[in-house]
Design a protein around this ligand. Structure first.
Ligand SMILES: *Cc1c(COP(=O)(O)O)cnc(C)c1O
Length: 478
């Protein structure tokens, strides 16, 4: 170790020599391996007072060199503050865990640092990314002529989908366009519409029945708007809503969009990964009719944060909405049918996100993903049945995918108390939502790290805290 720090010190010019790189790599990869080993038992949250003081971390960087090990200690301490979203006990929002293989791929991609915004500069790397995205198009049964891009997440993918729909269906007549979603649609749709220049008043909230968009209500609203001289252009279905994981009636919505000539977008940011499973595919049937699909590999393909995907049926529509150029890129040539990603999305320069998908899919094989996702569907079913058996809990809906919602019988106050008690243990982390004016807790055992034994312990903890919260309520009244 001592020797390593001497080697690293020699590497402190911006371009270190090989022994210095190796020593730095040992320091970093040693921690990677230790973290990966400990992750299966990591707590879901850490007490704030344990980590480094925030004031220390706010200090500006020094003029002189630092000590790598000490700096990595700072990072490690900082990462042990707050909520540990990589932990198997993290059941809130959308856990993903983060595959080590993907992160190592990312490290390589960053070290090589090739420019993949145009195929001309890195045709083979672009082909690797394109191969994965083309395969995803096939998994969703999109026809030839469809294309995929990677983004930093669902929100950015949604923005590009919305801009493509707007450009394709409205041209310059933006002001009269109307779009259709439900109260359960993720807010990124409304935000994307606003960024894309559509006033908030153009977003129609279609009534739901059983948490799902009511297609006939949507049809009536579309026709009423058209009769008023407006231009309905976009219908948004959700395949796995954020609060409850519910899937809209996609076949009916697809038929409606086709009949009324609207762009049909499906937000499968969370649900999309389950398309790799037989059950998920059956539940999301109809998604193959979408004009655009958003999925988040950083949700249901277990990848690190920062990886979203947009698939678009008509590659030309995406390209026309995101076209660009200038004399400074006049040397760039097209390479066969390879996409120029810099002209298909909002980013020109981008990191090579392809490898973080390509490496784990090729290394573990797709079957490993299908099996892990199947396991998550089983875990959610089990969690639903197990929680429903508890007389203290009310479990309103069967999960469509892996989001399981529940609450304490007796209303909001006990439910909030249960949330606080469960999260205060630090062993698991759960979040809440409000649906049909009811406060609900939700767990989502979707991390690749959350296995049956973790879930069993999490459920036991929820039952135990529910019991305790009832008995302390009684004590309070004594
Ligand atoms: C998470 C989520 C989004 C937003 O995706 P980000 O990757 O967080 O930007 C959009 N839609 C749905 C249904 C989601 O669950």
């Amino acid at each position: 170790m001592r020797e390593d720090s001497e080697l690293i010190a020699r590497g402190l010019p911006l371009e270190p020599d090989r022994p210095a790189v190796e020593a730095m790599g040992r320091a970093v990869l040693g921690r990677v391996a230790a973290y990966a080993e400990s992750a299966a038992h990591a707590p879901a949250s850490h007490p704030a007072e344990k980590g480094p003081a925030l004031d220390d971390l706010l200090r500006p960087p020094p003029e002189g060199p630092g000590d790598l090990d000490a700096l990595l200690d700072v990072f490690d301490g900082a990462a042990r503050q707050g909520v540990d979203t990589s932990s198997p006990g993290y059941l809130a929002y959308f856990p993903a865990g983060g595959l080590v293989s993907s992160a190592l791929g990312e490290l390589l991609a960053q070290i090589y640092n090739r420019f993949t915004g145009v195929a001309d500069l890195a045709p083979a790397l672009v082909a690797m990314e394109h191969g994965v995205l083309r395969w995803l198009c096939e998994e969703f049964a999109l026809p030839p002529g469809s294309v995929g891009i990677t983004t930093t997440g669902g929100s950015m993918a949604t923005l590009s989908a919305l801009v493509a729909a707007r450009h394709d269906r409205l041209g310059d007549a933006i002001a009269s366009g109307t779009l259709y979603a439900t109260e359960h649609t993720h807010f990124c749709v409304e935000r994307a519409a606003r960024i894309a220049g559509l006033p908030d008043s153009r977003l129609r909230i279609v009534p739901t029945s059983g948490l799902r968009m009511d297609p006939s209500a949507a049809r009536d609203m579309i026709r009423a708007d058209r009769a008023r001289g407006l231009r309905p252009f976009l219908l948004v279905g959700t395949a796995g809503s954020t609060s409850t994981g519910t899937i809209d009636p996609l076949p009916e919505l697809a038929a409606l969009a086709r009949a009324e000539d609207l762009w049909f977008h499906v937000d499968a940011a969370y649900g999309g990964g389950f398309q790799l499973t037989r059950r998920g595919r059956a539940r999301m049937a109809g998604i193959e009719h979408a004009d655009s699909i958003v999925l988040d590999p950083h949700k249901s393909l277990f990848l690190q944060y920062g990886t979203g995907v947009l698939l678009v049926r008509n590659a030309g529509a995406l390209a026309r909405a995101h076209r660009g150029g200038g004399h400074y890129v006049q040397d760039v040539r097209a390479v066969g049918d390879l996409p120029d990603y810099g002209y298909l999305g909002a980013e020109l320069t981008r990191d090579f996100r392809g490898l973080r998908l390509w490496l784990p899919l090729h290394l573990h094989g797709v079957a490993a993903f299908r099996a892990a996702l199947d396991e998550k569907l089983d875990l959610a079913r089990h969690a639903h049945a197990d929680l429903a058996d508890d007389p203290l809990l009310d479990v309103p809906w069967e999960p469509d995918l892996t989001v399981v919602t529940f609450r304490m019988r007796g209303g909001e106050e006990p439910t909030l108390r249960l949330l606080e008690r469960v999260n205060a243990t630090g062993r698991i982390f759960v979040s809440s939502t409000r649906v049909e004016d009811r406060l609900l807790l939700r767990i989502n055992p979707t991390s690749h790290r959350t296995r049956a034994d973790h879930l069993q312990r999490a459920l036991a903890l929820i039952h135990e805290q529910a019991r305790k919260s009832v008995s302390t309520t009684l004590d309070d009244h004594r």
